[in-house]
Design a protein around this ligand. Structure first.
Ligand SMILES: [Mn+2]
Length: 275
């Protein structure tokens, strides 16, 4: 976010050695396994650009970003190949020694796999909450085990507890898998989780009327106000979160990116204000 005070993006490379702070913002511009609408690697920079239009102050939380010690370390320079996954995991393992909390701006949803792999080494019993229209529980998609359509299955394979919320799309097999393991939750506010939590937000969780600029829009979704009311209401030991699957080329008015920027601000101020 440009509003993020120690913005270091102009070097257009990863500059964590110059950065310091409690909270790290990292862009992960991966757009590798899309099969429908492309362009998610531009998401991180577009969220930053549109964040210019929002204030630092949250009138609901009565807190201000200027009172939070965060740093935007820019984007990882990535090849658009599966080698990127190892690179992402290594960078985040290194960041995990320098920072206490993490915000990742995607990029496609597959980035959540190396992120979680890196963070679970430091945070035992890491629990993952997914806000998404899609289950992403396929064992493989178009012959590929690693895909934005299989990412939650691969995370579940790591023996991590996952909760899925906002789901309204998936194959029969994915739903059977979800029911077998009880991953879908209807009411997120009632969850009592004492373990460290990581949240992944696929922007297609929201209704396409509010967030049209996504790779796989799915009708009948949530509105941003309902989402934020959930966020204001739940208490979690949140270690980090990501926002993925924005395709700015389809976000003509910028509303998807502005919504993402506002979510980043509110989640920082809700969960990372006193750490
Ligand atoms: Mn999705």
């Amino acid at each position: 976010m440009i509003k993020f005070h120690n913005y270091l993006y102009e070097t257009k490379k990863f500059v964590t050695s110059k950065a310091s702070g409690d909270i790290c913002i990292l862009g992960i511009p991966l757009d590798l396994t899309q099969t429908f609408r492309f362009g998610s690697k531009e998401g991180c920079d577009c969220i930053r650009y549109y964040s210019e239009s929002i204030e630092d102050y949250s009138p609901i939380l009565k807190r201000d970003l200027s009172d939070v010690n965060y740093v935007d370390v820019g984007n990882i320079l990535l090849p658009q190949s599966f080698k990127a996954l190892t690179l992402i995991e290594n960078v985040i393992s290194s960041l995990a020694n320098e920072f206490k909390r993490f915000i990742f701006l995607g990029g496609e949803h597959l980035i959540t796999l190396p992120i979680v792999k890196a963070l679970k080494n430091k945070y035992k019993n890491l629990t993952v909450i997914q806000f998404d229209a899609h289950l992403d529980l396929r064992d493989e998609y178009m012959g590929e085990k690693l895909s934005h359509a299989t990412v939650m299955r691969r995370i579940h394979d790591l023996n991590l507890k996952i909760y899925q919320f906002g789901i309204r799309s998936g194959s029969k097999e994915e739903y059977e898998y979800a029911y077998k393991y009880g991953t879908i939750v209807d009411n997120i506010k009632n969850l009592k989780i004492n373990d460290p939590v990581y949240i992944t937000i696929d922007m297609d969780f929201f209704d396409p009327a509010y967030c049209p600029g996504v790779t796989n829009p799915e009708p009948c979704g949530f509105n941003p106000k309902d989402f934020l009311e959930i966020i204001y209401d739940i208490d979690l030991n949140l270690i980090g979160f990501d926002i993925v699957e924005i395709a700015p080329v389809y976000d003509i008015s910028g509303i998807t990116c502005i919504t993402a920027a506002k979510i980043v601000r509110e989640m920082i101020l809700k969960f990372f204000y006193e750490i």
